[in-house]
Design a protein around this ligand. Structure first.
Ligand code: FE
Length: 223
């Protein structure tokens, strides 16, 4: 059986026979102009060209937005929230009770993540986040969604067979653990509060935040 064990730190990517495509397969060395961009890339490019020609958008402003979400906003924001919750029980309580307000306390609430619900992973409950309709994702806390998150395979299978999907990500849960799948919408986005790794109790907030991965906050990885 094919599996796609998550790369803990970066853009881990499921691949193989499970219907997911490698998100990084065209990155790095070996990129030639003979490669035909995907249909969606061509459509986006065409749309961008038309809107630019009609002076409805400024390409420089667009670049700034892309740069912001690619390089400045990312899972490190979510990791800060998680590390704070691990070290401050009062904050954790506020976070689970009213995610939006608690995230706003850290100045990390923003567009595409205005209404946030934080769900806690425990020994008894494992939470998994998906957007079955499209690709709603908490941008201000996790950055841009990974390609596999947007794939139709993940969007459908996460709901139909979550345990199997989790297994393919390398997450093997005992039968006694309940799996809860949260379907994101434009109005409501979810962040998983992962379980703190064993043996990390002595670390401070900054050190703990380095242990938190994007995938653990989507629910497809256990730290
Ligand atoms: Fe969506």
């Amino acid at each position: 059986m094919s599996s796609f064990k998550s790369d803990a730190k970066s853009t881990s990517t499921p691949s193989g026979k499970n219907g997911f495509k490698k998100e990084n397969q065209k990155k790095g060395k070996g990129i030639f102009h003979s490669h035909v961009p995907s249909d969606i890339s061509l459509r986006v490019k065409a749309l961008e060209t038309v809107l630019t020609q009609k002076k409805l958008i400024d390409p420089e402003a667009l670049d700034k937005v892309v740069d912001r979400y690619q390089n400045q906003v990312g899972p490190q924001n979510g990791a800060k929230i998680v590390a704070k919750a691990w070290t401050d029980s009062d904050y954790k309580e506020r976070l689970l009770k009213d995610g939006s307000s608690a995230i706003a306390e850290l100045g990390l609430l923003g567009q595409q993540g205005e209404h946030m619900v934080v769900v806690e992973n425990t020994q008894q409950i494992h939470n998994l986040v998906v957007c079955t309709l499209c690709s709603c994702y908490p941008w201000p806390t996790l950055g841009l969604p990974p390609t596999w998150y947007k794939s139709s395979a993940y969007r459908s299978r996460a709901v139909i067979e979550p345990r199997k999907v989790l297994k393919e990500f390398g997450v093997n849960l005992p039968d006694s653990t309940e799996v809860r799948v949260w379907d994101s919408t434009a109005e409501m986005r979810y962040l998983v509060l992962p379980k703190q790794p064993r043996g990390s109790e002595h670390l401070d907030e900054a050190e703990l935040s380095k242990l938190v991965t994007r995938n653990s906050m989507i629910g497809v990885e256990i730290l």
